[in-house]
Design a protein around this ligand. Sequence first.
Ligand code: HEM
Length: 165
Amino acid sequence: MPDTEPTPFDQMGGAAFFTSLVHHFYAGVATDPVLRPMYPETDLEPAERRLRLFLTQYWGGPTTYGDERGHPRLRLRHAPFAIDDDARDHWVAHMRSALDETMREQSLDPAWEQQLWRYLVGAAIAMVNTDPPASADSPRADTSPPTSAATDSPTTIATIQETPR
Ligand code: HEM
């Protein structure tokens, strides 16, 4: 009998699940005209590994990401890239396809799917770092944290995105 509770990472399917999810995601990024030019390295494999290790750690798996990279500080690490609503939508669309593809290969409890998806969409929204044009200011209430203007502060976002469970 295991002496610890299975983590969300374990319950979602562990390394096999996250490897597949992020691999499918990057296959999409590789051919995306908006996202691909944003990635500084020619080889996408190191970026794929960083995202896989980050998500692994976030959902309670091994903490290799933190051992290698320290605190995620995701908003800060994304600051060099101009992420607008269009880039966010491309990111989310590739992640949706990757999740669907992975679920064709492996089973995932619908409750975990829902939690994971909510997290990914919320995190993608939080990563937008360009001012939207006034006319295109989209409502974000359904995915933003419930309270007030303070939700746009990097500190609050960091807490939402990066606290391992
Ligand atoms: C919203 C659209 C997004 C875009 C356009 C974007 C783009 C990028 C780019 C260009 C990099 C640099 C590649 C690298 O060096 O790894 C990166 C890194 C990374 N991204 Fe994103 N990203 C987005 C959203 C997200 C979200 C929602 C998450 C988490 C759920 C995330 C997690 C990461 C991680 C963990 C890294 C590596 C950070 C490190 O240097 O340790 N990204 N992203």
